[in-house]
Design a protein. Structure first.
Length: 113
């Protein structure tokens, strides 16, 4: 039963979200503790962060935020800066430098274009 007090409801939601976040991260450690995984599984799990990053990043680059439509054009400054940042990242293997490059490039494009 939910309380009619909005502050209590907010606290319950925060506690619930914290519990779900904690247990969803802790459960694999508890289950897999002391077990040896096959090398193929370990290799496959290495791709998970890349896949999650791509799933978060690609829609932000190619979808217009205002009307939720595909926006692949030279007018899409996010896509242009993303492509050039990706190319920069291939040659410069420094994550901090790539982030600074991408943010700076997007700021310059937004200011001058």
């Amino acid at each position: 039963m939910l309380s009619s007090n909005p502050l209590e409801y907010i606290y319950m939601v925060i506690i619930g979200m914290a519990a779900v976040t904690y247990f969803s991260r802790e459960l694999p450690f508890v289950i897999l503790k002391g077990k040896k995984l096959k090398p193929a599984i370990v290799e496959w799990m290495g791709y998970i962060p890349i896949a999650v990053l791509a799933a978060l990043l690609i829609p932000a680059l190619i979808v217009d935020g205002e009307n939720n439509k595909l926006f692949i054009s030279l007018d899409n400054l996010f896509l242009i800066s993303g492509v050039f940042t990706f190319l920069f990242g291939i040659f410069i293997k420094n994550l901090f430098a790539v982030i600074i490059f991408g943010v700076t490039l997007l700021a310059l494009l937004r200011y001058f274009v």
